[in-house]
Design a protein around this ligand. Structure first.
Ligand SMILES: Cc1cc2nc3c(=O)[nH]c(=O)nc-3n(C[C@H](O)[C@H](O)[C@H](O)COP(=O)(O)OP(=O)(O)OC[C@H]3O[C@@H](n4cnc5c(N)ncnc54)[C@H](O)[C@@H]3O)c2cc1C
Length: 404
């Protein structure tokens, strides 16, 4: 049974994250949008604070992506709200401040979530406290992550990686990159493993940083791997190729990360709705929540509709995180949440620019930036279309070869 109230034990965490959004992220949001590729040094202080909070055990830490699966592991039976829920709630708040800055928080990378989802206990200890990016996408392969071409060949007590990786969030700034590579392309998805590669590894060369439409505070890197030697103990999880479920470990990453990206979409949607309501109120448009939408102004009716969309995306996201915390298979629910939240944030951000007219389009406000930032949340960790494909497969009981 799901209780739809936000658990009281997370109220301190939410307050911390909200304060970070309002007092740290918002004031520097425009600065790092304009200064693309400049490292937001202010975040070092935030990372130290988050580490301090985590060490004292006060909470899982605001937006502590890396703690997601590690804290879920070994859970006791019975309903609980754990690290997935706390991460979703805190990320929602920090992304209300700024999505790109949230993605730039040291030691909170998507690679940390991958490590938490797949690593064995010894590896989790070894990589603890280090910042990891995640590299799946290649020039020839994005949505179809099972078709990656980067190879990993065993050579004594090392693997040798060769290939190309593009669009790696935090790829320049992170200390580690979790690289997906195949041990044997002829064996398909089951042969795909993830490897933790030190950024300083001479076999992995950063060749480019992308200039982007939005989330410009976040760096996005491209790498070439040329005879990149990685110690065998840095293959995450099980080194064997198992025909049943070999890809499951790597794909499990998405079950944990998709609700987090949905939460990013919720945060951005909340920011747009709150600021638009303020601006419309200044222009004399007030929403009367006790009266039907059709008897109010068109702008008020639109806001009511968008709040309903926000609420449904919010509930889907909480459900997906709750299921992850309680060890329930959540691939479909994670994709539903990501699809709804991604679509909602793009639609709402553009509608808010429209409702606020020239003010919404000008750089004096952050609405135009949020409209640019929103699109990525409907793309990475699986596009809108891919999420709907996952949902359709689950509903119809079809495999990825039956429904492409
Ligand atoms: C700013 C940014 C940051 C990123 N960060 C990371 C990162 O940290 N790590 C990482 O590995 N990747 C990252 N990515 C890559 C991202 O995950 C991919 O862009 C995404 O998975 C889509 O892949 P693609 O761009 O190759 O598009 P394609 O897969 O070529 O898809 C193109 C279009 O076709 C649609 N499509 C594809 N297949 C189907 C289908 N079967 N049915 C219906 N429609 C379909 C897609 O939805 C999309 O609209 C990032 C991308 C960006 C832009």
């Amino acid at each position: 049974m799901i209780d739809l109230e936000v658990p009281r034990k997370f109220s301190g965490l939410i307050e911390h994250a909200r304060a970070m959004a309002d007092e740290v992220f918002r004031p520097i949001s425009r600065k790092y949008d304009l200064a693309e590729h400049t490292y937001p040094a202010e975040l070092d202080i935030m990372a130290a604070l988050i580490d301090g909070v985590s060490r004292t055990g006060e909470s899982a830490g605001a937006s502590s992506v890396g703690s997601v699966a590690s804290q879920s592991a070994g859970r006791s039976p019975g309903a609980r709200n754990g690290a997935n829920m706390s991460s979703v709630l805190s990320i929602l708040e920090t992304c209300r401040g700024d999505v790109g800055l949230t993605l730039s928080l040291p030691r909170q990378g998507l690679g940390n979530a991958a490590i938490a989802a797949v690593a064995n206990p010894e590896q989790k200890t070894r990589y603890a406290g280090r910042w990891a990016a995640m590299a799946i996408t290649e020039p020839e392969t994005g949505s179809d992550s099972g078709a990656i071409r980067t190879t990993a060949t065993k050579d004594g007590d090392h693997y040798v990686l060769n290939g190309e990786k593009i669009y790696v969030t935090a790829g320049e700034r992170a200390e580690l990159v979790v690289v997906w590579a195949t041990l044997d392309r002829s064996l398909g998805k089951q042969a795909i493993k993830s490897f933790v590669v030190e950024r300083s590894n001479p076999g992995m060369t950063l060749v480019r940083l992308e200039h982007k439409l939005g989330i410009r505070a976040s760096d996005t890197a491209a790498f070439v791997l040329t005879d990149c030697r990685v110690p065998a103990e840095d293959l995450l999880g099980d080194p064997e190729i198992r025909i049943e479920g070999g890809f499951g470990g790597a794909m499990q990453t998405f079950d944990n990360t998709r609700p987090l990206v949905a939460a990013m979409g919720l945060g951005l949607t909340r920011a747009c709705l709150d600021r638009t309501r303020e601006l419309l109120a200044e222009a004399g448009v007030e929403v009367d929540w006790d009266r039907p939408a059709h008897v109010q102004s068109a702008a008020a009716a639109r806001l009511i509709q968008m709040e309903a969309d926000y609420e449904s995306a919010h509930l889907l996201t909480l459900r997906a995180a709750w299921m992850a915390d309680n060890g329930q298979p959540n691939s479909m629910e994670a994709s539903m949440a990501k699809a709804k939240a991604g679509r909602t944030c793009v639609n709402v951000a553009l509608a808010c620019v429209e409702l606020c007219g020239a003010t919404g389009y000008a750089e004096r406000e952050l609405l135009e930036k949020w409209a640019r930032d929103s699109k990525i949340l409907d793309i990475f960790e699986g596009t809108q279309q891919i999420q709907l494909l996952v949902v359709a497969r689950r509903l119809l009981g079809m495999s990825s070869t039956q429904l492409k």
